[in-house]
Design a protein around this ligand. Structure first.
Ligand code: HEM
Length: 120
């Protein structure tokens, strides 16, 4: 049997696209693009322990199989834990204007003005 590779919490945090589930390390960097639940949800959790998040969703046995394929090794639970701070991106805080609503409003005003001009 080949030895299982172990990773410290720091190594997982510094790798690009690794997550921890039940003390196991998974490389989800490629998988995020195929995730049926969307990429953002996992990207937010890169480098972290997402056991809770993964289990809360109630992933199917199929999801477990996919997960098993992404297995890299075990986390060294005796290593020092790291806190990852994410910066708020400008994009996330900015509100995009709702062009559909604006277009409907303009159309409504145009119809109103048209009928008003017909009556006069
Ligand atoms: C990291 C390994 C993960 C794998 C391999 C994975 C895999 C999958 C798969 C195969 C599905 C399709 C439904 C199913 O078979 O259960 C799914 C759905 C979903 N996943 Fe994940 N997932 C992962 C992590 C996560 C995490 C960490 C979250 C939440 C923070 C999450 C949230 C969701 C949600 C919300 C859906 C439902 C999408 C829908 O039905 O519209 N997943 N995932």
């Amino acid at each position: 049997m080949s030895a299982v590779k172990t990773y410290t919490y720091k190594e997982v945090a510094e790798a690009n696209g690794y997550v921890i589930i039940n003390d196991k390390v998974y490389d989800v960097s490629e998988f995020v693009n195929e995730h049926p639940g969307g990429d953002e949800i996992i990207i937010e959790l890169f480098g972290k322990d997402c056991t809770q998040e993964f289990e809360d969703i109630g992933h199917s046995p199929d999801a477990m199989k996919t997960l098993a394929k992404l297995y890299k090794g075990d986390v060294d639970t005796t290593s020092e834990k790291v806190v990852i701070e994410k910066e708020e991106t400008a994009e996330a805080t900015q509100q995009k204007p709702d062009f559909t609503k604006i277009a409907i409003l303009i159309a409504a005003v145009a119809v109103f003005l048209y009928f008003k001009s017909q009556k006069a």
